[in-house]
Each structure stands twice: as C-alpha cells, then as structure tokens.
Design a protein around this ligand. Sequence first.
Ligand code: ADP
Ligand code: MG
Length: 334
Amino acid sequence: MRRAVLILTALLLLFSVSGCARQEKTAEFFAMDTYMTIRAYGGGEAVSEAERLIFKLEKKLSVTDPESEMSRLNNMGEAELSDEAAELIGEALRICGLTGGALDISVYPAVKAWGFTTGEYRVPKDGELSELLKVVDYRNIKIEGNFVRLGEGMLLDLGAVAKGYAGDATAALLRDRGVGSALLNLGGNVQCLGGKPDGSAWKIGVQDPKGRGYIGVLECRDKAVVTSGGYERYFEEDGATYWHVIDPSTCRPADSGLISVTVVGESGLFCDGLSTALFVMGKEKAAALWRETGGFEAIFVSENGDISVTEGLAESFAPSEGRTVSEVIRRDEN
Ligand code: ADP
Ligand code: MG
C-alpha cells in the first residue's frame, strides 16, 4: 500500500514538473503597425523577453518613427547602423537581386506618393511616377560593414521584410531559452517552432484574400508561413483598386493577376521578402524562380480565386471545404 502511494506521489510529481515545463505562455500586443500574438510552451519568461525584443527592433527599423535608425539614414542619406539593421539590409538586398528587383527596399518614395504611409490616398500623375522611377533602384544602395549610403533622393523602407526578420529573431530567442513548441503570428507572418506540444504538426490557416475565412490549412513544423495580399491595405478610386505592394518597375501597385501569395520556408525574412516579390512578379515568373532557386514553397491565389501550390505543399496543404487546388506547380514542367 505504502509503495503504491509512493509510486503515485512520484508519478504526480513527474506530471506536474512536465506540466510546468510545458506551461502555455502567451502575449498579445500591437507592434510594427500590426497586431501580434506569441504562444509558447515552456521557457519561463521567454515570451515577455520576445515581446521586448520586437519592440526594440521596431524602434530601430520603423521608417515612420523619426527617432529610428532608418529615419536617420533617410534624412542624412548615409549612416552607420546597428548590426541588426545592417544585417537586415544586407539580406534584403540579396533578395532584391534574386528577384530581379521585384523586391526593392528603395520603393518608399512611391509608397509615400500613393498615400500608403498616411492614409491620405491619391493616384499620382504619370509625370510624377516617372520622376519617382528615377529614385527607386536598390542597386544604388551601397553597404560596407554597417555603413550604408543611399543614392541621391533615395529613401529606404524595410516594411516588406522587417516582420520576417523580427520573427526569425524571436524564434531564435525562444529556442535559446529552451522553448520547443511555439506559434508566432506577427500580423500575418506566421512562424512555428517545432510542432504542437502533443507532438502533432501546427495547423496554420491561410487567409482568404477575398473573404474573412481561410482558403485552406497548412500543416507545418519549424517553418515560416508568410502571406502578402492585396487585401491588407488598399483603396478604391473610380472603380479601380490600388494596394500597398508596389511594382518597382512602374511605381504603381502590383498588377500581376495575383491577389495573394503565401511563401513557406525556413527563414521568416526570406519568406517575407519573397512573398512581396512574388506578388509583384506574378505566378509564371514566380514559378520559374521557384524552379531555379528552390528553398521555399508557395501558394498563389489568382484574381479569379484559383489556388495553385508548388509541389512541396501538395501533401501538407488542405483546401477548405468547397475549395480546390486548381494547379500543382511541378518542378518538371511537363
Ligand atoms: P505586409 O506588411 O502587409 O505584411 P508586405 O510584407 O508585402 O505586406 O510588405 C508591404 C510593405 O512593403 C508596404 O507597406 C511597403 O511599405 C513596402 N513595399 C511595397 N512594395 C514593395 C516592393 N515591391 N519592394 C519592397 N517593399 C515594398
Ligand atoms: Mg513581405
């Protein structure tokens, strides 16, 4: 009897210790101009640390904060930056190159001209657009160590990549603090660490760009899932819709036949940069880049609502009821 009690006590103790290690901690807050949530299992105070880290990065990277490093760079045309900002710009420039300038972190003057920074939306005249084109070219950003210099009249904006970078930094911090299972949602940039606490995969809803629901659910572990869509910030004028992702080659809102692109991969920064770029490039060019470089998978939603997925997601993406995948994009085109 005494032995049974002892075993029971030991079991209870073990249960409560493991329960403690897996205790759910959550944080919900508004940062980087969007609503964010972090859910992690174990890791003690790691979630509060992660929240502080995101606010710290926001202070450095936000272009709308006049005190930020990015504002200093934009005002002065050159600046010695922190390791984080320099690392992010260096990596973003690599993606600008990889996508042939579909991602261009110097597109900010155009973003401003269309009113996306203030909400005072307007359609710039052709003459104004051709002036803007002269100052939008990532190849005129020079970076040496942490020193960055911009060409005449240029302005940088890390809005297309900052949340992805923050996601990577947060995931790394949580992992470092011993968290084996976590889900971050940084305003549509989802990153998961490990699987769910019960060992199964995380199930991530992919937002329907035309409605409130999901087009489907993606099963993942240790992945970033980042969506860029026309629905996030836009305005309508004279029957046309203008959204906040700009095609740097025209300085007009992207018009590629897509209404959303979701990119799945290891790195939040890479997926964030690519989701913006692929939205600009359109499905055919995006598929060609996927075949050439790999390292990511994608889900495309076209204007008519058709869903296409790259073959690496054919198993893990389940369309919602009433929806189907119209095309699986294969590596081998035939
Ligand atoms: P969201 O921030 O809504 O998740 P994105 O990651 O696609 O969406 O980033 C869009 C933001 O990036 C815009 O608000 C703008 O500041 C900037 N941007 C728009 N078009 C481009 C582009 N082609 N290249 C780089 N940055 C862009
Ligand atoms: Mg992006």
